[in-house]
Ligand binder design. Structure first.
Ligand SMILES: Cc1cc2nc3c(=O)[nH]c(=O)nc-3n(C[C@H](O)[C@H](O)[C@H](O)COP(=O)(O)O)c2cc1C
Length: 366
């Protein structure tokens, strides 16, 4: 019997050849939001891995929405053209469907590259700018506080998400993911730990959901129904009194009603006080809780590193798809090894067909 991990799956109108999703991972190597030959090399390699879907890193909707000055963006024609060139190169040699994560970092923007320390770069410093958020609370003590978005600012950001989505559609991306997890801008509206507003965008759960749902609507309006539009959520802040699984379920149900194609369940990123029970599958219970509350596809992620582990997640129905991040950087042919371990077949570039080991001589689909 074929391992369930290697059965096809329909993410909306998009058919995936297996249940392995490469999770979005920032690589902080762009210039002024423009992708370059790094992105061709990096994504070109991942696109030869046999996964069912490749998700491009968090892509900013405006320059101030970048985590670092090295993030890629989709806010103007130059960014769009640069990403288009990357995609053209990758697609020339791989037919793996490609998704993009559309993001705004809010108060967690304007930081240095992680390998240079990742600290906030204050406005006025080289590579730094003034950040925005739901309220004027900084992420960490000692940081320059964000400006709380006013009505015009909310409109600008909403339109920036929609405009980036239009550009993503124009680039022929197969799926679009809205980043509302990990303590970034949309999560900063959802979580009571960041959102202290006293207008209709703060306070009650209904009010805190309002801006992320408006952003989703603005994007769904410009993304054709045959293009998957998924949302990445943090299932919990892992902090008492913070965003939690009940809020996540209400959010997921509201998104489903608005035409969301799938929910990708991650967690954390909102507060330095988070206490995460790290270990294999640590976020799977959150995915399972969302899966039980919605009928659209659910993607699980987080310390899934073994083939059997991924197979169990989709086999038990805790989630429909499994996303992998760090293990794909460590072992970019992880899906091949997973297929070999589970006795499944996987697609490989014809140039690589001769590489199958004796122990898995029939590994590759021809
Ligand atoms: C280098 C790196 C960059 C990341 N960038 C993003 C990102 O752009 N967007 C996002 O939602 N998550 C990002 N993440 C989180 C991953 O997508 C993933 O949720 C997390 O690493 C847990 O999965 P894993 O245990 O398989 O690595 C990043 C993680 C790493 C290690």
């Amino acid at each position: 019997m074929t391992a369930r991990l290697f059965t096809p799956f329909d993410l909306g109108a998009l058919r995936l050849s297996n249940r392995i999703v490469i999770a979005p991972m920032c690589t902080y190597s762009a210039t002024d939001g423009c992708a370059n030959d790094w992105h061709v090399i990096h994504y070109g390699g991942l696109a030869l891995s046999g996964a069912g879907l490749l998700t491009l890193e968090a892509t900013a909707v405006e320059p101030e929405g970048r985590i670092t000055y090295g993030d890629i963006g989709l806010w103007d024609d130059a960014c769009e053209t640069a990403l288009g060139k990357t995609l053209e190169s990758v697609r020339r040699w791989s037919d793996m469907p490609i998704a993009i994560q559309i993001a705004h970092a809010g108060r967690k923007a304007s930081t240095d590259l992680p390998w240079l320390g990742g600290v906030q770069l204050p406005p006025g410093s080289e590579h730094g700018w003034q950040t925005v958020s739901s309220s004027d609370l900084p992420f960490q003590d000692g940081e320059v506080a964000p400006h709380a978005l006013d009505r015009d600012g909310l409109k600008r950001v909403r339109e920036a998400f929609a405009s980036a989505a239009k550009r993503a559609v124009r680039l022929g991306l197969d799926a679009i993911q809205v980043h509302s997890a990990h303590g970034y801008l949309l999560h900063q509206f959802l979580s009571p730990l960041a959102n202290y507003r006293d207008d209709e965008y703060g306070g009650s759960l209904e009010n805190r959901l309002r801006f992320p749902l408006e952003v989703f609507d603005a994007m769904r309006d410009v993304v054709p129904s045959n293009v998957s539009l998924t949302v990445r959520v943090s299932g919990t802040d892992w902090v008492e009194g913070g965003w939690d699984i009940d809020g996540t379920i209400a959010y997921a149900q509201a998104l489903q009603a608005k035409g969301c194609t799938g929910i990708h369940v991650s967690s954390g990123g909102m507060s330095m006080a988070q206490s995460i029970p790290l270990g294999p599958n640590y976020q799977v219970p959150l995915a399972r809780a969302v899966k039980q509350a919605v009928s659209i596809p659910v993607i699980a992620v987080g310390l899934v590193t073994e083939a059997e582990q991924a197979e169990t997640i989709v086999g038990t129905g805790d989630a429909d798809l499994v996303a992998v991040a760090r293990v794909m950087l460590y072992d970019p042919r992880w899906p091949w090894h997973a297929a070999a371990a589970l006795g499944a077949k996987i697609k490989a570039a014809p140039q690589y067909l001769r590489s199958a080991p004796h122990s898995a001589a029939n590994l590759f689909k021809v």
